[in-house]
Design a protein around this ligand. Structure first.
Ligand code: DC
Length: 225
């Protein structure tokens, strides 16, 4: 008899893919989903950020081949406290456009889900890493909404005199990263044809979680039936 979470790929649990652009709230959502479903969670952006960080630390241009770094990446590299800064986000986007870097990180992501299944968030989880994911979500919001959320997350004061200028700058950076992530040749960011797209502009984080959980539980019930 099949185990309760048997999937086409015979993993030990279901895979939930959470894709979408930067600052759409998919990290928070994916972590909460993983908690609620009792699954391990992987933020796959950290893989590309760690490769970018190591390249910068070595004085290398992140646009130059970096697959040697990706091949030698350690779990501890993902724990570094200096991965969530703008400079590293830009470097991550550049190394993520390199097919050889992406290829070097595929197995790590697939192995992560092998024993118990997982929730993974990124840009290509439902299209390239797990095209057979049990649940596929694509979380998005307008660049203006995402810039405002990021601004507030970073402790920004919406009454400060430079608020408009900073928001404008953040929105421009998000748009540039969206363009780079969506236009690269290999595994560009896009919603899988069978993904559930959730537009979060007018939704609270709790409402997004409730909707995502509703979709995930319905899909997983079908698989278990
Ligand atoms: O989600 P994030 O901002 O931490 O991602 C950092 C960069 O890595 C982003 O520019 C896109 C890239 N990335 C990717 O190409 N594929 C993934 N699965 C995750 C992130």
């Amino acid at each position: 008899m099949n185990p309760p979470w048997s999937t086409p790929a015979n993993r030990g649990g279901p895979v939930v893919a959470v894709d979408g652009p930067a600052a759409a709230g998919k990290g928070t959502l994916a972590r909460c989903l993983a908690d609620a479903l009792g699954l391990p969670y992987l933020d796959t952006g950290l893989l590309y950020r760690a490769v970018g960080r190591i390249a910068l630390d070595a004085g290398r241009d992140p646009a130059q081949p970096a697959q040697d770094i990706a091949q030698a990446l350690l779990a501890a590299d993902l724990q570094r406290p200096d991965l969530r800064v703008a400079e590293v986000a830009q470097a991550a986007s550049k190394v993520a456009a390199q097919p050889a870097v992406r290829a070097a990180l595929v197995d790590t992501q697939r192995r992560f889900a092998l024993d118990r299944g997982a929730v993974l968030d990124g840009r290509d989880i439902g299209t390239a890493i797990f095209p057979d994911a049990d649940v596929k979500l694509f979380i998005t919001a307008s660049p203006a909404t995402r810039a405002m959320r990021r601004f507030l997350q970073m402790g920004g004061d919406s009454t400060a005199p430079d608020c408009a200028a900073r928001l404008h700058e953040m929105e421009a950076a998000l748009r540039a990263r969206d363009t780079a992530d969506a236009s690269r040749d290999v595994a560009p960011m896009r919603a899988a044809a069978d993904a559930h797209v959730i537009e979060t502009d007018t939704l609270s984080a709790q409402a997004v979680l409730a909707e995502a959980l509703r979709i995930a539980r319905a899909r997983l019930a079908i698989i278990r039936a």
